[in-house]
Design a binder for this molecule. Structure first.
Ligand code: FAD
Length: 292
């Protein structure tokens, strides 16, 4: 079994305290030699400036390949493309292109009157610039807006045909969930890599709440196991075992890339990655900008 290629997702900090946490996260995970790291874009575009700053700071100071997330929520086409142009000016060459969720207070996603109506439109426009490698989201358990699993896969095919070169999945708890989805993608003619999104579970309550909100299956045996582990004060140990086993199952099934949702909490992710046989390397000295 080959060593997997890995990547990490971070979110942009909104407070000084959170800035330190992001920095600690990057410092802990950069030595694990990720293929790329990505920085999320707050719901409704709420972290536009912060995402840009985090993306450029991580790229500049660590030399990591940083993919910036971008959604079409609450913005005109011109505004969205301006953000993309600013990324390009800052040396960003990868974008995770997303439709995004409903703006605050709304139940469903509604396009801005002058905005991109869907992720496919956004991907087409970004692809036309010729400046970015585009990644997109994918849903092993159907997205709440999908008519059914097949509709979801067919929509993913449209996103790939529009110019995306790979997809990163929502997290899931069982490797079989991913394999069923991957098989369906292949059957529908998708040849682009589908990278499983892995959530190292630092809080079972939080992971369960988010999964239920997404309409994902929460296996009863896992719920019981985490509840028992928490009662015995061993939740972290169980989380490490569960996540390592999930990754191992995926690798046994031919997966070559793993994308970790770090939630800016690096330690469990780092332990899992080490358990998979990836050792930290010394990173070149930080290229910190001189303080004037
Ligand atoms: P799409 O894939 O375009 O749509 C979701 C589903 O709805 C589709 O699978 C399809 O079944 C259906 N659908 C949508 N439009 C149509 C249509 N016109 N015709 C037919 N079916 C349609 N959110 C953020 O706000 N910021 C982030 O940084 C962020 N990062 C993410 C990263 C990853 C890897 C993933 C998987 C999700 C991320 N999200 C993020 C969440 C994402 O914005 C939500 O899941 C959103 O509801 C869907 O965005 P999408 O681009 O995946 O949508």
């Amino acid at each position: 079994m080959a060593t997997p290629r890995i990547s990490f997702e971070f979110f942009p900090p909104q407070t000084l305290d959170a800035s330190f946490r992001l920095w600690e996260t990057v410092q802990a995970l950069a030595p694990m030699q990720p293929e790329f790291v990505s920085v999320t874009y707050g719901a409704g575009g709420t972290t536009r400036k912060l995402t840009h700053e985090a993306v450029t700071a991580i790229g500049k100071n660590y030399g990591l390949n940083v993919a910036a997330h971008l959604t079409c929520v609450d913005a005109t086409r011109a505004e969205t493309m301006e953000i993309a142009a600013a990324y390009a000016d800052a040396g960003v060459t990868e974008i995770v292109a997303l439709r995004g969720d409903a703006p605050k207070g709304a139940e469903r996603f509604t396009a801005h009157p002058d905005g991109f109506a869907s992720s496919v439109e956004l991907i087409e426009a970004l692809a036309a610039t010729g400046k970015f490698k585009l990644r997109v989201g994918a849903y092993p358990e159907p997205h709440p807006d999908a008519a059914d699993t097949l509709a979801d896969v067919r929509w993913l095919k449209r996103k790939i045909d529009a110019g995306a070169t790979s997809a990163i999945t929502q997290f899931f708890f069982d490797a079989d969930t991913f394999f069923r989805f991957r098989d369906l993608c292949v059957k529908e003619g998708i040849t682009a890599p589908i990278i499983p999104g892995i959530l190292p579970i630092t809080s079972w309550a939080g992971a369960k709440k988010f999964a239920l909100r997404c309409g994902s299956d929460v296996p009863a045996r896992l719920d019981e196991a985490f509840t028992t582990a928490a009662r015995d004060g061993r939740e972290e140990l169980y989380a490490l075992a569960h996540c390592t086993q999930l990754c191992d199952n995926l690798l046994q099934g031919g997966v070559e890339d793993l994308h970790f949702y770090t939630l800016n909490r690096p330690h469990l992710t780092r332990e899992v990655v080490r358990a998979l046989g990836i050792q930290p390397e010394l990173v070149p000295e930080l290229v910190l900008e001189k303080v004037a």
